[in-house]
Structures are given as structure tokens and as C-alpha cells.
Write a protein of this length. Sequence first.
Length: 183
Amino acid sequence: MGGALPRFRSTRPSGAGARYVRAVLLKFLLGLLGLQLLDLVLLVVSSRSIGFWPTVAALILMGLVGSALARRESSRVWRNFQSSLAEGRPPEQGVIDGMLVLLGGVLLLLPGILTDVIGLLLIVPPLRHWLAERLRARVSRELTRASGRVPLEVRRARGLPDEPSPPAGSPRVIETTGVESPE
């Protein structure tokens, strides 16, 4: 039983991609912290102006309404995602919509007026679709910038071929499929 333990390679991303992910997560966490501090100020102001119990009742009501909306919208997003996959077409809004509904649900769980309002706004379909389109465009720009490639939609809109031509001097690659001969 005294054998050496197997060594595993780290699966953590490294390089520029890892730095980008860390920077985005740090911005997200700092934004969430700032949002919570602002929410605390709004709760104090609200409880002083309308009273403690009405403020608590408003928070509970917003939480209940928001959780019901989040549950309904998340099941709708999941059904749309599943039906897109069943029809053999890529889901247009499934992943980003699902992430926004999840974020809205998390914000609704956090105590506060501002987080409840933002959470509800993320769950409302027209606003969520608008934000999802903006996020999709931003992610596409970031990926294009990081990879140096032009997305397929942009290539087609500019009248470029679907596949980029290889850089000058690079070896030509021809993809084939082999069939084994029964010899």
C-alpha cells in the first residue's frame, strides 16, 4: 500500500485566456460587491422613509414574484433549447438566455431593492433578449480579436469565402476520410 500516488496534470487554463477569465471574474465580483453596498444604502433609506416592516414586506414580495418568474422563464428557455437541438438546428438564444435567467435568479436571492429590480429586468424576455444580443456581439468581437479570425456571419456579410485562406507559405492541408481495405 505504500505506492506513490499518481501525478495529475493541472487542467487550469493558462496564458492570455486565463488572465482574461480572471479579469472578467474580478470585475464581476467587484461589481457585485459595489451593488450590495449600494443596496444596503437603499434599504436604510427605504426603511427610514416608509418604515422597517413595509420595506421587509416589499423585499419578500419582490423575492416571491421574482422566483416565480425565474422558474417560469428558466423552464421556457430550457424547452426552447431542447426543441432547437431536437430539430437539429443550433440554439439561437439558449445558452446566453439561460445564463441571464440564472443571474437574474441569483440577484433575486440577494437581499436588496436594486438587486431585485435588476434580477427582475434580467428575467423579462424582451429586455433579456436585447441584452443577450449585446452580449453575443461583444463575445464575438472579443473572440475575433483574440483569435485574429473573422466570424462566419461577418465573412458572409462582406462577401468573403466561408473558410479563410491559409497564410502565405503555410503548408496546404487536405482533409480526407480513409476506408480500410479488406486484404
